[in-house]
Design a protein around this ligand. Structure first.
Ligand SMILES: Cc1ncc(COP(=O)(O)O)c(C=O)c1O
Length: 418
């Protein structure tokens, strides 16, 4: 395994390669192979970008057909055949059956672009600069979205003040603290020093925040709070959307309708850069070209996006996710929790966190992640002190490989408990 070129020439900013120090070469569905032929079960899934697995045959065939037909690849936001097909399919097969009515903005190619577009639009619509976000949130690394993101190390890289955001403690943070009561107090107390925000942005499950799930009641109250104070609700579904929690949009379980939704990662689920900002039609006050970018709506990504959603509907991926989530939860309850009473877990669908906060935190989660890697499982760490092992397999993972992966996680934990 030769990593010299990376160490010599690639910036020190590189990160995941430090956790999984090998040179990957091929991958199929939930398995990855390095250049020496070692096999790894992928419980990382491109941080949620590969919900339909590596190199999904159906999506791949659509991409190859498109390229072979000399389909246009780059066209900024000109009208294209592929984009028309995608918009039509997305609206009629995905949004309408769910009773959702959104216009679609194609921002730049990655998740943070979708968040930046939503922030900019919310501020323009409401004529206010402040935005509410929750502590524990991760919304991206460019300056607007980084101002929402809370982890110290990401914020530390900004080099400038990160402002115009009020962070509220998340419901799980303090016993007896009610996040919405607190938010309400900020807006009604004339000594709170807090401006009414243009928007309130939330992930329904904080993924990088440690797989912290928000209950249906809380999500409904956020919606009511936003309505009461004329605030736009933005749901950031970049990591836990696209069926990861068992429904296509993660907010469906709460029966709420956000004013805007940010999406990226697994729209196509093939690993191609693509992002969308969904907005209620009445919010579409953009002037033409007011928010721009050369790589908006990349056509190969658009082809993959339509194919990904076709695959989802055809193969009932939401249902698959719920079933496999039940298998995973049962394994954790029967096999992993009994290993030590200090191990906790949180899960919804196939977004799973095994929490080592009470069992050595960072040191233990790191040891477990490294032992997983030695055993042939890729899983990253998230949350406060990185104490949570985040397990996010492809939703298409074969059931026997799912169990095999969990057996390996279990033996990694056993090894670290010795
Ligand atoms: C919830 C959420 N929002 C935004 C982002 C930023 O997406 P990207 O890394 O594609 O810019 C991420 C990335 O992990 C995320 O999890």
């Amino acid at each position: 395994m030769d990593t010299k070129v990376f160490e010599e020439y690639e910036s020190e900013v590189r990160s995941y390669c430090r956790s999984f120090p090998t040179v990957f070469k091929t991958a199929k569905n939930a398995e990855m192979y390095d250049e020496d032929g070692n096999r790894y079960i992928d419980f990382f899934c491109g941080a949620g970008a590969l919900n339909y697995g590596h190199n999904n045959d159906y999506i791949k065939s659509k991409i190859i057909d498109y390229i072979n037909s000399d389909g246009i690849v780059h066209s900024l936001d000109m009208y294209t055949f592929a984009k028309r097909e995608f918009i039509d399919y997305f609206e009629n097969k995905l949004l309408k059956p769910r009773g959702l009515n959104y216009k679609i903005q194609f921002p730049g190619p990655t998740g943070t672009n979708a968040v930046e577009a939503a922030l900019k639009l919310a501020r323009k619509v409401k004529g206010r600069s402040n935005v509410f976000a929750l502590m524990g949130a991760f919304h991206g690394m460019t300056l607007g979205s980084l101002a929402l993101t809370t982890d110290r190390s990401s914020r530390g890289g900004a080099g400038v003040d990160l402002g115009n955001v009020t962070h509220l403690p998340a419901p799980y943070m303090l016993d007896g603290l009610d996040t919405i009561d607190y938010a309400e107090m900020l807006l009604t107390d004339d000594h709170s020093a807090t401006e009414v925000p243009a928007a309130f942005i939330i992930e329904t499950v904080q993924a990088e925040g440690g797989i912290q799930l928000f209950g249906v009641d809380f999500l409904k109250r956020v919606r009511e709070f936003c309505d009461k104070y004329d605030i736009l609700l933005i749901v950031d579904d970049i990591q836990v959307g696209c069926a990861r929690t068992g429904t296509y949009f993660s907010f469906e379980r709460a029966g709420i309708v956000p004013d805007m939704v940010t999406m990226s990662k697994s729209i196509g689920g093939y690993g191609l850069p693509f992002a969308l900002t969904l907005l209620k039609p009445e919010l579409d006050v953009w002037a033409p070209g007011e928010h721009n970018g050369t790589f908006r709506g990349n056509q190969i990504s658009i082809v993959a996006a339509k194919a990904g959603i076709e695959y989802l509907l055809e193969h009932e991926v939401e249902k698959q996710c719920r079933e496999k989530g039940d298998i995973a939860a049962k394994f954790i309850e029967d096999e992993i929790l009994p290993l030590d009473s200090r191990i906790k877990y949180r899960a919804i669908g196939l977004a799973i966190g095994i929490d080592f906060t009470d069992l050595g935190g960072d040191a233990m989660s790191k040891a477990v992640m490294q032992a997983c890697f030695r055993n042939g499982v890729i899983a990253e760490r998230v949350g406060r002190e990185n104490a949570v092992l985040k397990i996010m397999p492809a939703l298409t993972i074969e059931k026997d490989i799912l169990i095999e992966g969990f057996e390996k996680v279990k033996s990694a934990i056993e090894e670290c408990l010795k």
